[in-house]
Ligand binder design. Structure first.
Ligand SMILES: *Cc1c(COP(=O)(O)O)cnc(C)c1O
Length: 359
């Protein structure tokens, strides 16, 4: 029996996608082979790859002057690739610190140049998003980096910082494809796929072409965006199967009605959970209401033993991976695109019952 999996990542994939991948496992089309076995230089695989990129461009409305790259090394490798490739004019960059991933990115940036933490919400355990106005940013910075949805803490930017002419770069690992995003407001967007678009192994980079071509001399060939941009992400073997599944996920999103529809469904799901938390006598959310994520919902009872009891009982009832990140404790429900609304409703029902039994 399949469980409701609230993991922050790798996370649930739509059942339709898994079934289609299963159907095509032994033979893709009339190719006589599985996608897993195909040469990445074959005509069949190139067609899968091209269609996946085209669908991502369509779904996210990515303009032609942006490159879409399918890379490896996870979102974490981007923390280094960004400064190596883009901290290239004045050797400085501004970072907003809204959690562990944002901080890791900032620390990596500091290895290669003058990285400045413009603002941070660490004073309140990253439970809010700092409102940073245009004049706070250095006009000479090569870029500003933000983490748009903070997977561990459950916060999300509900505004796009105004960085003027300085390119804005956003880590959207845990919110990509969950709602429409205006790509033109960013110099670069990136995401590890394992939260909301594919199995672990592929990282999507969407970068404005004019920012490329000026990497630091020390940049390894494999960490240079131009290497991958000039070779259609096939300088070396790409994560072929992950990219194929990403294509299936995009088909599923298109069939659902695209990102406007995903947003509508995701808002409905998140509202179910937040409304319950706001009215519960036992559970409460940890994030200020205006900065709440649609994807990651952390909550606590205020009693570590009771939290542990909840995690154990929920697991036995078929709701798995609800334990909060080891750095914050409590619980966290990650409700990405593939989590059906019934899963959230059943979780809320279970929480109500737990509350009655333990109040
Ligand atoms: C999971 C996550 C990462 C790390 O991704 P990897 O692919 O494991 O390197 C980075 N940023 C955010 C926002 C994440 O959610």
């Amino acid at each position: 029996m399949r469980v409701y999996n609230f993991s922050a990542g790798p996370s649930m994939l739509p059942e339709e996608v898994l079934k289609r991948a299963a159907d095509e496992m032994l033979e893709y089309g009339n190719s006589g082979q599985s996608v897993m076995e195909m040469s990445h230089r074959s005509k069949e695989y190139q067609a899968i790859f091209d269609a996946t990129e085209a669908k991502l461009r369509q779904v996210m409305n990515i303009p032609d002057n942006y490159k879409v790259l399918f890379l490896q090394g996870g979102a974490s490798t981007q923390f280094a690739m960004i400064p190596l490739n883009l901290m290239n004019k004045n050797n400085k960059a501004d970072y907003i610190i809204t959690g562990q991933w944002a901080k890791k990115s900032y620390k990596e940036g500091a290895k290669y140049g003058n990285a400045r933490a413009v603002a941070s919400s660490e004073d309140k355990t990253f439970s809010y998003i700092p409102k940073v106005s245009a004049d706070a940013f250095d006009k000479d910075a090569d870029y500003v980096h933000i983490c748009m949805n903070n997977t561990i803490y459950g916060t999300k930017y509900n505004y796009i910082p105004d960085t003027g002419d300085v390119p804005l770069i956003a880590d959207i690992s845990s919110m990509i494809l969950s709602e429409p995003i205006d790509v033109t407001k960013f110099g670069m967007l990136y995401a590890g796929a394992q939260k909301n678009m594919a199995p672990a192994g592929v990282t999507v980079v969407i970068v404005r072409e004019d920012l490329l071509g000026n990497a630091m001399d020390i940049t390894p060939t494999m960490l240079n965006y131009v290497t991958h941009a000039d070779n259609g992400s096939m300088f070396n073997t790409p994560p072929c199967y992950c990219i194929y599944v990403c294509g299936l996920v995009l088909d599923w999103i298109i069939a659902q009605g695209g990102l406007e529809k995903m947003k509508e469904i995701n808002e409905k799901k998140a509202k179910l959970l937040y409304d319950f938390l706001d009215n519960s006598k036992l559970f409460k959310g940890t994030v200020v209401p205006e900065d709440r994520s649609l994807m990651n919902v952390p909550f606590i009872t205020g009693d570590a033993d009771l939290d542990a009891k909840f995690v154990a009982e929920s697991k036995a009832a078929g709701f798995v991976n609800l334990k909060g990140h080891r750095s914050v404790g409590g619980m966290r429900a990650s409700i990405y695109n593939a989590m059906p609304i019934e899963g959230v409703q059943k979780l809320v029902d279970f929480m109500k019952k737990f509350e009655e039994e333990n109040a």
